[in-house]
Design a protein around this ligand. Sequence first.
Ligand code: HEM
Length: 491
Amino acid sequence: RRRNMHVPPGPKALPLLGNVLDIPKKDVHVTFRDWANIYGKDLMKVEMPGETLYVISNKKVMVDLFEARSAIYSSKPTMTMADSSGFKNSIPLLPYNARLKTSRRLLKQGLSPAAVRSYFPYINNRTALFLEALLKDPDDFVRHFTRTAAHTALKIAYGYEGVTEDHHLLHTAIETMEIFATVVNPGRWLVDTLPILDRIPVSFPFANFKRVQEESRPVVFETVSKPFEEVKKHLAEGTADGSFSSYLLQSEKPDPETEDCIRWAATSIFLGQSDTTTATLSWFTHAMVKFPEVQKKAQEEIGRVIGNDRLPEIQDRDSLPYVNAIMKEIFRWQPIISMLPRSVVQDDKYNGYFVPAGTYLLANIWAVLHDPEVYPEPEKFMPERHLKEGVPNPLDVTFGFGRRVCPGMQVAQSQTFGTMAAMLATLNLKPQKDEHGRDIIPETRTVDGLIRFPVPFKCAFVPRSEAALKLIERGAEHARSVPDRLERWSD
Ligand code: HEM
C-alpha cells in the first residue's frame, strides 16, 4: 500500500549518504528555503543517513498539520545524546505523552497572563538594575542580557529570597543551558542517528560522546534538583514567595510523578528563557547600531508618549506601537530558532502525499518569515511594515504552533519589550569607532548553534542626556529599595 502512495519531491539523493553532502554546516534553513522554492514549499523530502526528513516551508501547512491535526503531529524526534546527558524529562524533548500533557498544563497555569502580569513589577525592577550594570561595564553587554534573563527565570521558577544571589546556582544553571545547546544539535552526534551506539561503554576508544554524557548528568541533576528542594524547604518554613514552583506545589498537592513534572517544568523556564531572550536582545542591539533612523523614531515616540520623567515599562506596550513594531521586526528578521522539529505518531496523508508514522518533520519558520510575498524585501529591517493593515503577525510564527507552542511567549515578549523600551528611552546605541575614527558597522552574520546569535560585535551605549542618566540611577535605587520578592497571583 505504501509503495503506491506519493512521497514529496526533493533534491536528488545519493545511496546511503542521501543529501548530506549538499547540506552546508551553517544556515541550513537558507539552503532548505532555496530547495523548497524548486521542489515545493508544502512538503519537501530531504534524505539523511538513516533518516528521511519532510521539510515544511509554508505557514498554512504548519497550521494544518501542527494545529488542525495536532493529536498526531505534536511529538518530537528522539534525541538520544540529549536524553543520555540528563535531559530525558526536559519538556522540549518529551514525546507527546501523558507526562508532556501534565507538564504543559502546569506551565499554562504558572505562565498564564495573570501570573505573568504579577511578574511585571519584578521584571521592570530588574530592567532598571540592568541599565545601571550596563553603563558600568558596557563592553560586556551580552553577559548583562544573560544575567538579567537568568535572574528573572530563576526568580519566576523558584522565587525564594537569595535565589538570584546564589552564584554557584547561577553558574551551574548557565552551564546546564550550554550543555543543552551542545547536546541538542541535530546532525552533530552520530548516536542520534544510530542509537545503538549509546550502549558502548565509556572506556571504549572514540567514545568521547559517552564522556560528555557522564560529565553532563551531575550538572543537570544539580540544576534541576537543588533550587527545587530549596523551595520545598521554604514552603515548609512558611517563607516561600509566589513563584511558579511554590504556587504549584501548594495548589496541586502533587503525587511524586506530578511533583517531578513541576520540577522539570521549573527547569524548562530557565532553559527556555535565558539564551532566547539574550539572543533576541543581542539582535535588537545589532539592529539599533545599524539603523539609527529607526532608533531615532522610536525615541521620538517614547518621548512623546511617556515623557522624560519615568522609565517606560512593560505595561506601556499598547501605547508605543512603533517600539512594538521594532520588536515584531526583530522576531521576524532574525528569528532565534529557525526550524521546529516534530514527529508524527501515525501514518497520515496530506495533499496526496504519504507521511509515514515516525517521520521527522522540520518546519522552516525562518523561510515563512522571509517569504517576499508576505514580507516584501524580507532581508531589510523595516518595522513600519507591521504598522500596515493585514500584515501577518510574525509573533504567530516565531513562537511555534499548536500543542507545542512556546509556553513562555508572554514572559518572552514582556521582558523583550520592557528592556528594549528602557534602553531606547535612556541610551543612544551607537557604533564604536576604529583607530581612524570611522564607525565600525557590524556585519549581519550568525553564530552557528541551537539558538541563532549575531556574531560578536561592538556597541557604544551613550546616555541620551543628564536627565536620562538620573532616570537610570533613580530606577536602580528604587529597585534596590523594594523587597526582592514575587507577589502571589490568582487566576
Ligand atoms: C525570545 C524568546 C523566545 C522565543 C523566540 C521562543 C521560541 C520557542 C519556540 C519556537 C518553541 C518551539 C515551539 C514549537 O515547537 O512549536 C519554544 C518552546 C518552548 N519554550 Fe520558548 N521561546 C522564547 C522564550 C521562552 C521563555 C521566556 C520561556 C519560559 C518562561 C520558554 C519556554 C519554552 C518551553 C518550556 C518550550 C518547550 C515547549 C514544548 O516542547 O512543549 N520560552 N519556544
